[in-house]
Design a protein around this ligand. Structure first.
Ligand code: SF4
Length: 393
């Protein structure tokens, strides 16, 4: 073990090693009996494990399940995924967020088909050479799909291990981070490594939860040092995260002849790279949101357009931002839309928006549009039930 963190658990000596083995057996026995039945567990084929682990990054199991089923239905193999366009992949992924994961998955599938006949490599070192696969995902694929003795540490596992061994310090930082990986490595030596890793993750997800651990039902309660100290929720000692940054954005839903204007964010752009959305811009202090929305539409069309009318307001969290999105509906005259819009823009009927990959908040706007007549026929607000006053408009 490294220096700097006090470990109270049984990690050295013959008796301690045996106690650790018994704890791991109890943990894995519990997991095999009580673990949730999930589609990637019932059939842990390498491609399925890979897709599930990528989807589960930053995302809850309940959210991932329907996406996993849809994704596997649409792209059942590495070859099918590689043959798809990026648009098609993003379209199935939309709503799950963190779209760089989908792009990396797609890019990796193409490399696998080009270089390995669509086969995933079996070792952590080779897996990590693929786009989007870090130590966690590589360990999960290698252990669960191929039975390699590789540890896996995510937030759930870190919480369980800091409690089990009463480890002080922030597990996201060194030296504790390295020590947790080292303990996890010891644990996978005692049982089927895929099951050990999944048992730790499952324990953290359903019993050893952040605020209310259910120690009475825990298979390793007799071995858990935080439990013995009655100090379960003291661990892990996470440093507070910075407060999310508030951001206001204004979007314009511009109508012309029953179609709405959408733009595609250029690759590598700060927001929603490669996805379709309504023209949008950040609102700086003292700017009028309605004017910002009109300017965003105007930039897409290459000319000035009149201000719109308030349509709806959404709140959405993206990474470290809490975004307030103010949406305005703009009715353009037919002659104003006669000119083609700039590259990366398109006029689409509301029903056609379902076929575009859009970020979650813009998808909600698109769905609201589909529920009500367009502005030319129905007035200035595309969804009367959502009509509201937007301050600063
Ligand atoms: S005994 Fe409680 S704190 Fe310890 S690992 Fe189990 S659920 Fe977590």
């Amino acid at each position: 073990m490294g220096i700097g963190v006090r470990v109270r658990g049984p990690l050295s000596g013959e008796a301690a090693g045996e106690a650790l083995r018994l704890a791991v057996v109890a943990l894995v026995t519990w997991y095999r009996r009580e673990g949730r039945a999930l589609p990637w567990r019932s059939d842990p084929a390498p491609y399925r494990v890979w897709v599930s682990e990528v989807m589960l990054q930053q995302t809850q199991v309940a959210t991932v399940r329907p996406y996993f089923d849809r994704f596997l239905c649409r792209f059942p193999t590495v070859t099918a995924l590689a043959a798809a366009s990026e648009d098609a992949v993003l379209q199935v992924w939309q709503g799950l967020g963190y779209y760089t994961r989908a792009r990396a998955l797609h890019a990796a599938s193409r490399r696998l088909v080009a270089e390995r006949g669509g086969e995933l490599p079996r070792t952590v070192a080779e897996l990590r050479r693929l786009p989007g696969i870090g130590p966690y995902t590589a360990g999960a694929i290698a252990s669960i799909a191929f039975g390699a003795r590789e540890p896996v540490v995510d937030g759930n596992v870190a919480r369980v291990l800091t409690r089990w061994f009463a480890l002080g310090g922030d597990p996201r930082r060194q030296p504790l981070q390295a020590q947790i990986w080292s303990i996890a490595e010891r644990l996978v030596g005692h049982e089927d490594p895929g099951d050990v890793n999944q048992a730790l993750m499952e324990l953290g997800a359903i019993l050893c939860t952040p605020r209310s651990p259910v120690c009475a039902a825990c298979p390793i309660a007799a071995h858990c040092h935080a439990h013995r100290l009655r100090a379960e929720v003291r661990y892990p000692e996470l440093a507070p995260r910075p407060r999310p940054q508030a951001l206001t954005m204004a979007a314009g839903v511009a109508w012309r002849s029953g179609r709405v204007l959408v733009v595609r964010a250029p690759e590598g752009s700060r927001w929603w790279s490669g996805l379709w959305h309504f023209p949008v811009s950040e609102v700086a202090e003292r700017e009028r949101p309605v004017a910002v929305a009109a300017a965003a539409v105007g930039r897409a069309l290459g000319r000035d357009v009149p201000d719109g009318a308030p349509m709806m307001r959404l709140c959405h969290a993206v990474t470290r931002y809490r975004i307030e999105l103010l949406v305005f509906s703009l009715r353009l005259e037919k002659k104003e839309g006669a000119r083609r819009c700039r590259e990366g823009c398109a006029w689409r009927r509301p029903a056609e928006l379902e076929g575009l990959a859009m970020p979650a908040p813009h998808r909600r706007v698109a769905r609201a549009i589909g529920l009500a007549p367009p502005a030319e026929r129905g007035g200035s607000c595309a969804h009367p039930r959502r009509r509201l006053r937007i301050s600063g408009a």
